[in-house]
Design a protein around this ligand. Structure first.
Ligand code: SF4
Ligand code: SF4
Length: 409
């Protein structure tokens, strides 16, 4: 008994010191190291892990998207695996419509819905600062308050500076309504904070899903992930015919409307960047002629941001009710409507910038843009950032050797 106590004490000491030693009598003591407990899963995460175990035995959907090849590289699904797979899923619905184990089967497999629920967990649990994670769960309200506050702010500012909203400064000069420096400071600070919040959140997500296993992305993996993001590769359904929306039929509509939205957004950013260069480098101040580069880019971007979100809203309203997470409808639809408001007010401002409605239209447009920037890190936009990180991990992972025989699941 005394010998056992001596061994235990020695083992404890060595564990604290992080070394092995030899006990009295020559026995080698193996240190008792504290075991790092696996993070506990919540009900949504456990449900994805359960369904992935079933899918891993079935594998009928292997060719649909990046989720299933990533799944077959695993025998078990820990919390970080579940978050990684959930963000690889883009909710196309193909595996739900194809599944022989979907409800009413007792296995109750509905991968798109289970993945969508976990994605909401991803956004909220990796949010930066952590307290802001709650904004995803009440995103409809968050968005409405941000929009109402931003609109009120710019309408009141326009009134305070000009004394009226019915004014048309000479030549449609926006900076006669809001000084350029004031706008640059307001939007610059909010946009920088949005980028910081998204960057910090995705950095924490990346650390968890790679946990030191991904290594630095090689150029081939980075190039593949970039191509997949820019071409929205997996929105072709893996067979080129597209996603399921309301029924078993495939359609490429979602891919096309996503492209309009994504490239519309990028063109609008390009227009703003070019206008900034014109202002600071060339000393050319807005308003710019209709055929100038900033206006052409902005007009093309505005049209893309009108067509894309309108189509996505139409698809969202028709989507099969079992294909997603009902709780996220306010977030999905709110973001789409906000994009529509940004583009509609921007195009209206361009059309009527020489009229008496200019000051009011400018205030409305800036209010919508400010609401978009304020909610960028805490709404549907996060989906694009986390999904891009998951696609990069997928591109890296597929170049690494398998850690088990893929046929042994
Ligand atoms: S979703 Fe259904 S059909 Fe597809 S792999 Fe999973 S269990 Fe099989
Ligand atoms: S819903 Fe689409 S993207 Fe998601 S796992 Fe199923 S097939 Fe893949």
């Amino acid at each position: 008994m005394q010998q056992l106590e001596a061994l235990t004490d020695a083992a404890r000491r060595d564990a604290q010191a992080g070394s092995a030693s030899v006990a009295p009598g020559g026995a080698r003591i193996i240190p008792i190291l504290p075991v790092k407990a696996a993070p506990a899963m919540n009900a949504d995460e456990a449900e994805v892990a359960r369904q992935m175990q079933i899918c891993n035995a079935c594998r009928y959907c292997e060719g649909f998207c990046a989720v299933f090849p990533a799944m077959t590289r695993r025998l078990e699904f820990a919390k970080a695996d579940v978050h990684y797979l959930a963000n690889l899923c883009h909710n196309c619905g193909a595996c739900y419509h194809a599944c022989q184990y979907a409800p009413p089967h007792e296995f109750a497999v509905n991968v798109p819905k289970a993945m969508a629920r976990v994605r909401l967990d991803t956004y909220s649990s990796y949010a930066w600062p952590a307290a802001a994670g709650a904004l995803y769960r009440r995103n409809g309200l968050t968005l409405a308050l941000a929009l109402a506050g931003s609109l009120a702010l710019f309408l009141l500012l326009a009134l305070a500076v000009n004394g009226t909203l019915a004014s048309s400064p000479a030549g449609g000069n926006f900076y006669a309504v809001f000084p350029h420096g004031q706008l640059a400071r307001m939007f610059g600070v909010v946009f920088a904070l949005a980028v910081l919040a998204l960057g910090m959140g995705v950095r924490r997500f990346w650390r968890d899903i790679t946990d030191g296993t991904a290594g630095a992305p090689g150029s081939a993996a980075a190039a593949e992930a970039t191509r997949d993001v820019l071409a929205l590769r997996y929105l072709d359904g893996g067979h080129g015919e597209g996603c399921n929306e309301s029924d078993d039929g495939y359609t490429l509509m979602r891919r096309r409307f996503h492209h309009f939205t994504f490239y519309g957004f990028m063109l609008c950013l390009a227009a703003t960047s070019v206008a900034t260069l014109y202002h600071y480098l060339l000393g050319l101040e807005a308003p710019y002629p209709v055929l100038s580069l900033p206006v052409l880019l902005g007009t093309a971007g505005g049209i893309g941001l009108l067509v894309g979100p309108a189509g996505l809203l139409w698809l969202n309203l028709r989507r099969h009710p079992e294909q997603g997470d009902r709780r996220q409808r306010p977030m999905d639809r709110g973001f789409i409507v906000l994009l529509l408001l940004v583009s509609a007010t921007g195009l209206a401002l361009l059309a009527w910038r020489d009229s008496a409605a200019m000051a009011a239209l400018l205030a409305l447009h800036l209010g919508c843009v400010m609401a978009l920037f304020l909610t960028l890190p805490y709404g549907k936009f996060a989906h694009g950032i986390y999904r891009s990180a998951a696609l990069l991990k997928s591109a890296i992972e597929k170049r690494q050797p398998l850690r088990h025989d893929p046929g042994s699941a």
